[in-house]
Design a protein around this ligand. Structure first.
Ligand SMILES: Nc1nc2c(c(=O)[nH]1)N=C([C@H](O)[C@H](O)COP(=O)(O)OP(=O)(O)OP(=O)(O)O)CN2
Ligand SMILES: [Zn+2]
Length: 121
């Protein structure tokens, strides 16, 4: 089994409703996103999935979040744009695009020391 990992980032604003503290106020982050896929087979080039392909899908998905006020995006309208829910959104959007490998985890860092990871049960 092989694990393949790519990273990307985006810049966005959010506020956490019902959060008792400063994070309830509008603020922004340079979010970092880490995607891990698992492959049991390699192709004739001994690649599980091309980093370029995986990064292309990720950048495409993140372009819908970049420089946005995340609370206005439908997926978060009844929840909250926490790192947990952003990771779930990216996972669910990315999963159907990957054919060669299994999407394993999506992690979202709000700061260099804080991240949340989503994976399927
Ligand atoms: N489990 C989660 N906890 C918190 C989230 C979250 O998405 N999931 N989000 C926040 C806030 O958005 C906040 O902006 C980030 O909090 P934190 O990492 O504590 O950021 P700080 O800049 O305040 O970090 P310090 O290291 O404490 O300076 C809060 N919690
Ligand atoms: Zn925040």
């Amino acid at each position: 089994m092989f694990e393949i990992c790519v990273e990307s980032d985006f810049c966005a604003a959010h506020r956490l409703n019902n959060y008792l503290g400063a994070c309830e106020n509008l603020h922004g982050h340079n979010f970092k996103v880490e995607v891990v896929v698992r492959c049991s087979k390699l192709n004739q080039t001994y690649i599980g999935i091309d980093f370029k392909e995986l990064k292309g899908h990720l950048k495409d998905i993140l372009s819908a979040l970049d420089h946005r006020y995340l609370n206005e995006i439908d997926f978060f309208s009844k929840t909250n744009p926490t790192s947990e829910m952003i990771a779930k959104y990216i996972f669910e959007t990315l999963k159907s695009r990957i054919k060669e490998c299994d999407l394993y985890t999506v992690s979202v860092y709000e700061t260099p020391t804080s991240k949340a990871t989503y994976m399927e049960d």
